[in-house]
Design a binder for this molecule. Structure first.
Ligand code: HEC
Length: 105
């Protein structure tokens, strides 16, 4: 009986965690290139094609970079700032941090 309770609680803890999407580079790239973060149909990629010009920003710390990303979400994309712990923000950070000088213009 005790074992069953343990098994059930493990399932109860694991299922929601599996349903929650994890931050990833792919997700970051998808958010960067699509207009899903915007309310005006724009995307990050329209102004920063393939991350060009952003390779310097890859070296910023998460807080600084997150604030800049949110400025670009609030102004050019006319949308609301992302929470720093959100899957979206973590994914965008991963994507921008993956850029290097080969994307230099
Ligand atoms: C309408 C054009 C536009 C859009 C759309 C846009 N940005 Fe920007 N972004 C700018 C401009 C202009 C700057 C400041 C000049 C620069 O550094 O290129 C900037 C700066 C940045 C920087 C800092 C670059 C640096 O070296 O300091 C980052 C990072 C950035 N944007 C990310 C994003 C992300 C992520 C999105 C989508 C959520 C986005 N931008 C959407 C125009 C845009």
């Amino acid at each position: 009986m005790k074992r069953l309770a343990i098994v059930l609680s493990v399932i109860a803890v694991t299922l929601p965690a599996m349903a929650t999407e994890k931050a990833s580079l792919d997700k970051g790239k998808e958010l960067f290139t699509s207009s899903q973060l915007a309310t005006n149909g724009k995307s990050c990629n329209m102004c920063h094609p393939n991350g060009k010009g952003l390779f310097k920003a890859a070296g910023y710390d998460d807080e600084t970079l997150g604030n800049i990303i949110n400025q670009c979400i609030k102004n050019p994309l006319a949308s609301t700032a992302l929470d720093s712990n959100s899957v979206e923000m973590k994914s965008l950070l991963q994507y921008i941090k993956s850029l290097d000088s080969s994307t230099k213009r």
